[in-house]
Design a protein around this ligand. Structure first.
Ligand code: CDP
Ligand code: MG
Length: 147
């Protein structure tokens, strides 16, 4: 089982796309184990994008995700990280295929609606940046063996 950190960015929340986006991960059969609507602090935003520190777009993306509420989530499942990245689509809106979240709804950077962890180490770091251990639920879904 793998965990991934997914975050609907401020543009997704403002555009009323929380339900539409969450639905896609539910449809895929992934399991939601923690979620909250939260406005990231500057500190959290910098931490979140630490791998991009020094790049020309760093300040812009830090400002962007700390500017308004985001919907932060942790999803669990076999290959959850890759499955989620595939549902999200390519970073640049013009490259993102129709059928993916970004391909269907995003038009330009940095407004590409959702973040998804790109590997197990970043997932762990990003989850710890937004969630405390007591915020996780543990439950079984009887449908799981069929997915
Ligand atoms: O989000 P993803 O992992 O697909 O892309 P990233 O390379 O980790 O970049 C993080 C975020 O920075 C992107 O999702 C875009 O919102 C933004 N970005 C940008 O505005 N301009 C770029 N040239 C690259 C990324
Ligand atoms: Mg990334």
């Amino acid at each position: 089982m793998e965990r991934t950190f997914l975050m609907i960015k401020p543009d997704g929340v403002q555009r009323g796309l929380i339900g539409e986006i969450v639905k896609r991960f539910e449809n895929k059969g992934m399991k939601l184990i923690a979620a909250k609507l939260i406005q990231p602090t500057l500190e959290q935003a910098k931490n979140h994008y630490i791998e991009h520190e020094g790049k020309p777009f760093f300040a812009e993306i830090v400002d962007f995700i700390s500017s308004a509420p985001v919907f932060a989530m942790v999803w669990e499942g076999q290959d959850a990280i890759t499955l989620a990245r595939n549902l999200i689509g390519k970073t640049k809106a013009v490259d993102a295929m129709p059928g993916t979240i970004r391909g269907d709804f995003a038009a330009r950077n940095p407004f590409n609606l959702i973040h998804g962890s790109d590997g197990p180490d970043s997932a762990q770091r990003e989850i710890a940046n937004f969630f405390e251990p007591h915020e996780f639920t543990s439950y079984d879904k009887d449908i799981q063996p069929w997915i």
